[in-house]
Design a protein around this ligand. Structure first.
Ligand code: ADP
Length: 505
């Protein structure tokens, strides 16, 4: 396959800029597309060329396949990178690109078909011998049948939209009294969000961890995993903070989950970057949740600890290059990402679009800010309000937490309200610092996290952190006599780099 020379990025905001940065480094020309609301957006300024694709609502611009294809032709692009969201997991769009002779930088349409609908994905995974969350593999046709099924498996259950994504059409039900109303609500939400009201049932797992495995495959069936990301800090089933390595994974469990993720990817002849999401229960059993057939929002943490550029790898795979790696690189150190939103936590996280009058972005060693905004920019009210992803690297988890806190304290956004204070509260919370937080963490600690300006809570967090570090150091002192019993100041003169590598094994 010939080398890609010009890429149209069919997206906006930080991810469009992220993709363009790598293209530039590879000597590939970039084309942006933009809606009426994005005339002055940063992704438009970053690209070599920009083409207008329609009115602000994404249904009339970024999601109109023909407009994107026309823009690619007009610009003379030979490939399209979809980013995440929008058309990134649309098999019909992949086929349309192929029909136009454009390279789609992503998996083949057939892999999307196999993984797109949750029920079909579950059936395919069962066939491939991958453990899935217990539940049905078909949408349930009537509320009577649904009730009968729940009587069999017992409460609590999760009603889920077969065509789901973004936490929509999902309802936890705990008692029969609530079943019918939840069923109706899930169905109508699914219809609204996905144009498809098919709903199925999963057993609701109590206090699970969301741990996902990054996979990567070339066009010749070489498939590897690139370790995990812990994404259990969620609000309304949406990730807020991500980190790698997962603080709860043993090397054995990592290897096992990685192997199963590769099996899942191979079963659908996957190509490129993909993510196999799992729920891990209290007994550390893991179950397939879904596969995201695209680059994830949280991919930077994987890049930090592996030293890889996943976008460059995607482009090379699309060009038909063979995968250079034969196995997962051992993760080096620790990385954390926080999602910075234009939203107001004190008003139920209502989006807070508007003009950014002042902006100071954190910097310093091992800090990365993937942002889509600049001072004077007006955050539009028609798109997702995420304005940036702040990620850091450090030799150890404790240092990564301190670095994230330091970077967040440098972050200043004026003119609009952001969730920065909320993110700081998460990073300072004893449960997060302890490292064993499940998907209920943010909901359970809602009040504490919002009241974090309360000096008592900060004091408590500090104290918990000191005690925790002390206990960990004591434990380590027993198992790692040569390390001098600590990670920070008391590491016996051992470099934190060496220590990080040593403690990872
Ligand atoms: P979506 O595709 O809408 O993002 P997912 O299936 O990926 O939905 O699930 C998102 C999150 O919802 C999970 O990370 C988890 O926190 C929660 N969740 C989903 N299914 C279950 C389940 N069966 N039991 C408990 N929590 C679940």
């Amino acid at each position: 396959m010939p080398k890609i020379r010009k890429v149209l990025v069919a997206n906006r905001g930080e991810i469009a800029i992220r993709v363009m940065r790598t293209c530039k480094e590879l000597g590939i020309a970039t084309v942006a597309v933009y809606s009426e609301a994005d005339r002055s957006a940063l992704h438009v300024r970053t690209a070599d060329q920009a083409i207008f694709v329609g009115p602000p609502p994404s249904r009339e611009s970024y999601l109109v396949q023909q407009r994107i294809l026309d823009a690619a032709k007009q610009a003379g692009a030979d490939a399209i990178h979809p980013g995440y969201g929008f058309l990134s997991e649309n098999a019909a769009f992949v086929r349309a690109c192929e029909a136009e002779g454009l390279t789609f930088i992503g998996p083949p349409a057939s892999a999307m078909d196999s993984m797109g609908e949750k029920t079909r994905a579950r059936a395919n995974m069962i066939k491939a011998g991958v453990p899935v969350v217990p539940g049905t593999t078909e949408p349930i046709p009537s509320v009577e049948e649904a009730r009968a099924y729940v009587e069999k498996i017992g409460f609590p259950v999760m009603l889920k939209a077969a065509g789901g994504g973004g936490g929509k059409g999902m309802r936890k039900v705990e008692r029969m009294e609530d079943f019918e109303s939840s069923w109706r609500a899930a169905k109508s939400e699914a219809l609204n969000a996905f144009g498809n009201d098919a709903v199925y049932i999963e057993k609701y797992l109590e206090k699970p961890h969301h741990v996902e495995i990054q996979v990567f495959a070339d066009q010749y069936g070489n498939t590897i995993h690139l370790n995990e990301r812990e994404c259990s800090a969620q609000r309304r089933h949406q990730k807020v903070v991500e980190e790698t390595p997962s603080p709860i994974l043993s090397p054995e469990l990592r290897a096992k989950m990685g192997e199963v993720a590769v099996k899942a990817a191979k079963a659908v002849n996957y190509v490129g970057a993909g993510t196999v999401e799992f729920l891990v229960d209290v007994h550390r059993n893991f179950y397939f949740l879904e596969m995201n057939t695209r680059l994830q929002v949280e991919h930077p943490v994987t890049e930090w600890v592996t030293g890889l550029d996943l976008v460059a790898m995607q482009i090379k795979a699309a060009e038909g290059e063979k995968l250079g790696l034969t196995e997962a690189p051992t993760p080096r150190g620790h990385s954390i990402e926080v999602r910075v939103y234009a939203e107001d936590p004190s008003r139920n996280f209502m989006p807070s679009p508007g003009k950014i009058t002042y902006l100071r972005v954190p910097g310093g060693p091992n800090v990365r800010d993937d942002s889509g905004v600049f001072p004077g920019y007006t955050v539009p009210n028609v798109y997702d309000p995420m304005i940036s992803k702040l990620s850091v690297w450090a030799p150890t988890r404790r240092e990564a937490i301190a670095r994230t806190q330091r970077a967040l304290s440098e972050y200043v956004v004026k003119g609009i309200t952001t969730n920065i204070r909320y993110l700081k509260a998460i990073l300072a919370h004893p449960e997060f610092i302890e490292g064993d937080y499940d998907t209920s963490f943010l909901t359970r600690q809602h009040d504490a996290l919002l009241g974090a300006e309360d000096p008592k809570l900060s004091e408590m967090a500090l104290l918990a952190s000191v005690v925790h570090t002390y206990q960990k150091d004591q434990k380590r002192a027993k198992t790692l006599p040569a390390a001098g019993g600590g990670q920070g100041g008391g590491n016996g003169g051992v470099s934190p780099w060496k220590l990080a590598l040593r403690t990872r094994r």
